[in-house]
Design a protein around this ligand. Sequence first.
Ligand SMILES: [Cu+2]
Length: 531
Amino acid sequence: MFIILLSSVSSAIACDYCQKGFADKLIENTSGSIHEAELLSLMRASGSTPNASQAMPITNTLQTNTLQVDKKVSKLDADKLSEKSSDKNLDEKSPFLKSPKETLPPTSYVEPGTKADKKITITMTEGETFIGNGVTYKGFLIDGKIPGPTLIVDEGDVVEFTVDNKGTVPHGVSIHAAYTQTSKYFGKIPPGEKRTHLFRSVYPGVYMYHCAPGGHAIPMHVLLGQYGMMVVRPKNEKYKMEEVLGKKPDVELYLLQHELYDSGKAATEGNALYTMFNGKLFRYVESPVMVRPGDFVRIYFLNVGPNNISTFHIVGILWDYAYWQGSSRPENTFIGGQTALAGPSDSWILDFRIPEDEGAYLMLTHAVGPASRGAIGILKAEKNATRTPQILADGPSYTAEEMKSYISKAARRISPHEPGSEQLKNPWRLPAGETKANVLIQGNSYYPSVIEVPVGTTVEWTNEDVFTFFDGEFAGIHNVVGIQGPDQYASGMLGHAEKFSHTFTKVGEYTYMCTPHPYMRGIVRVVDKKI
Ligand SMILES: [Cu+2]
């Protein structure tokens, strides 16, 4: 039965699980685990073109409840809320609405068919980009870059948001600026399909958006680089600094801090290999942000993480005003301060002046480890500087020709879910005297992803992914299927803590993959004992 499975796998690696025949053949190769049963039922339900509404055999009752709440809230609009808030009875009952003047905005829910003020489309793919210092990174991209595009809308805008999945695995989106359900519309978009949904921008601020194909795949696609910044600008209210100075900023810098990892194990454990601003190591050291003494500078700061905190600081600058989460409300405005503390997905708007003398101001996270791994930039003050008034948080994008050149010259090619170029700790070699090697399946990758063992060694794979709930790119369930090498082998589907082992009796290089997650690859290099 392994041979039947293997012939199916090697014929079409890109999206095997989309093929109905593949799911049927998988049934012949069962381990009998509960996880495998879940995966098989998911495959049967989704067929070759799964979508969010039909592919939900792992039921989430919470989502059903939320839908009911949505409907109730949708009946409220700003005027009705305003009337209610001036109602004396409500004031007495509510712990929040103490002032008759206090109102709440509507939520982001809008009826289908509402006319949009802004239209946004983002495109999801898997691919490789250049992150500086001679390093390329192969992960998941939005509009061909990491981070994805900076999305800017105004308070009150009805936004028509479209996600176009041009990749080979399911993608989706979670929009933190939306105060309503988005997961059920954008939760799991099959390869080659698009989804569109409307929402209203209600609270001004600086927000994260990220890929969210459901369940275990949400953290995985975030760890792999699919995220970006979305800004909602206030409509009537002004940020305090604009009131005080009577002008708009001279320079606006949208600054997104994020980290990248060399393996799924490192990613799920938070051991970042690189940390950077806007997609490139030391991007604004190489090309400083130019300002003039006396300028009013605004930084839209978002720490995406996805694991580490940031204490953003500029050497020689104090914030005149810092606005929590980018909110323009006076209650969320702080005066003075040396750092902006931001956990993953936290944000600030930071307003300050450039002092009178010329010079360089270092921008960094004062968590010094991450800073030394790439999260440092320079604001350079010169009297006659040529300024760029608005610098967005988009990662750099490259032409196919440029990428070809970067790849050919790369000192290192990082890929958290496959070997890539020879990695930092790889190939891992079996210590002398040992006859068994262990490979972990963690964070949608094999670790170590390349191992070198003497002929006759038994390799045991253990699935260390824990998150097997909810629908979405087949959760944290994995397998091991040989696709190249002198010998053939394939495991059943492995749930959390389940194992598979195979003894390698022939010298050679063996490449294997995970069929539910076809981008996951590993290598076993079997060498003669005498070598
Ligand atoms: Cu994705």
